[in-house]
Write a protein that binds this ligand. Structure first.
Ligand code: SAM
Length: 337
């Protein structure tokens, strides 16, 4: 089963079809969640999807069993029976196991996701002695509930592309949070396996109101924030911050001033790419760039091609991913060459 951000399932399926010509899809939640059938064994499909991770495929989970559902308490019973029939060899006593239960938005059922989760956790704990956990699981039992079916499977978290239910990664909202945009950089940090505190000096282009800048400062970096709009006043006293209240086209730096460049300008992608390309002399060789790219309607792949082409020879594309916190955009990780 695959999940994409709402409205991007078609793009995810297109990418999967390029990897597996002949793959077939059917939707469980419109434009978002779908079952995939591959012309190869599922283990091979998972390996390929991990190695060549599609941009728009946020999460995958196995469908080991497709159980009939009737929208009543018998569904819980059916799931518990399935759990009891799982091979004991997969569930050592004390093994940390997470149960993820999802259903399409708006589907009303007489039981809550939490009821199914609790019933499954209890069954697995009694049957195999596993330790139910929310995070840090060694195995995930995933269930997707529709009105007439229960799709259930067991996998290692790494085989799901994301270890959050449906890839919907959640961060704690802070009282003093400057912008929701901060979650995008937090998610990029996790998803791309970065440790932002490894960097020393960052250039933040299109920084206001300052969510990304605040995260970089929290990670201990010196930050140069460029934006004609106002940064949040809470940032202004920070001695590690240089704030240039200017258009990115009007700033100049000494060569190799930064080892990290971030840009979240939410602007026409071609113009954004041109502005960033003009500032790349200031990013050291091997320095990294995290850049969000706004997706113009219906032109997702063309936009990615155009933006990466604009960086050819100066930035190597390491990852491209539509993150859970991206709306009509995706996030690129690039390396200065
Ligand atoms: C989505 S917001 C950035 C949010 C920010 N990352 C945060 O975490 O708070 C986009 C910003 O890009 C800025 N921007 C747009 N065009 C720009 C340009 N040519 N030069 C500098 N900043 C620009 C806008 O003023 C706006 O503040």
């Amino acid at each position: 089963m695959g999940t994409a951000n709402h409205g991007y399932a078609q793009q995810a399926q297109e990418e999967v079809r390029r990897l597996f010509p002949g793959a077939a899809f059917r939707y469980l939640a419109p434009a978002e969640v779908f079952v995939m059938e591959f012309p190869v064994a599922s283990a091979e499909a998972v390996t390929t999807l991990r190695d060549k991770e599609p941009i728009f495929l946020r999460h995958i989970q196995p469908v080991d069993a497709e159980l009939e559902a009737h929208g009543d308490a018998a569904d819980i019973e059916a799931l518990m029976n399935w759990a009891q029939s799982l091979p004991a060899s997969r569930f050592a006593p004390g093994l940390p196991v997470a149960v993820h239960v999802r259903k399409p938005d708006g589907l009303a059922l007489p039981y809550a996701n939490a009821d199914l989760r609790a019933a499954l956790q209890e069954t697995l704990a009694q049957q195999f002695g596993i330790e139910p956990v929310v995070r840090g699981a060694a195995l995930i039992v995933s269930v997707y509930v529709t009105g007439d079916k229960l799709y259930a499977g067991v996998s290692e978290p790494a085989h799901n592309l994301s270890d959050w239910p449906g890839g919907a990664i959640r961060f704690q909202r802070e009282d003093e949070q400057i912008s929701r945009a901060k979650f995008k950089l937090l998610e990029a940090e996790q998803r791309f396996g970065l440790d932002l505190s490894d960097f020393r000096a960052a250039l933040d282009i299109g920084a206001a109101p300052g969510g990304w800048t605040s995260l970089l400062l929290e990670r201990g970096l010196r930050v140069t924030a460029v934006d004609p709009a106002a940064l949040h006043p809470s940032l202004l006293g920070d001695h590690k911050l240089t704030y240039l209240r200017k258009n990115a086209g009007d700033v100049r730096f000494a060569p190799d001033s930064f080892d990290l460049l971030v840009c979240d300008m939410s602007w026409n992608p071609k113009q954004m790419a041109r502005l960033v390309a003009d500032l790349l002399y200031a990013l050291r060789t091997n320095g990294l760039a995290v850049i969000t790219v706004k997706l113009l309607h219906g032109k997702a792949f063309q936009t990615v091609r155009e933006v990466t082409a604009a960086f050819a020879g100066s930035l190597e594309l390491l990852r491209a991913k539509q993150l859970f916190h991206n709306r009509d955009e995706l996030t690129l990780l690039l390396r200065r060459v």
